[in-house]
Design a protein around this ligand. Sequence first.
Ligand code: AMP
Ligand code: ZN
Length: 116
Amino acid sequence: MSDCIFCKIVAGKIPATKVYEDHEMLAFNDIAPARPVHVLLIPKKHITSLATAAAEDAPVLGRMLAKANEIAAAQGSPDGFRVIINTGRVGQQEVQHLHIHIVGGPDPVGPMLKRL
Ligand code: AMP
Ligand code: ZN
């Protein structure tokens, strides 16, 4: 996926402020934060989106979700946080490499969505 911006971050070809990394996942600050804590957590393997994730991707995705609490607390959101995974056209996913937004900070993040 040579044209994927998040694969380029994994490869070190474009910079990011990394906040966590291990052999299978990378977390870095969102370039345009929506809350005081806004981290993107991605699998190092290119997975386009939740819409294309396969059963074989389940272990890393599970470990990413299990790691979110530690990342959020370390970045300044120890009292809870929100994870968001925008998916596909309807989910308004802009970057086509699966990523978990971890948003938080000292204060509540706001309403989940505008109600119908
Ligand atoms: P989404 O709409 O869920 O695909 O979110 C994509 C996110 O990636 C947005 O919040 C962007 O601000 C963020 N983003 C795009 N390019 C970069 C980059 N080079 N470094 C960090 N975050 C980025
Ligand atoms: Zn990618």
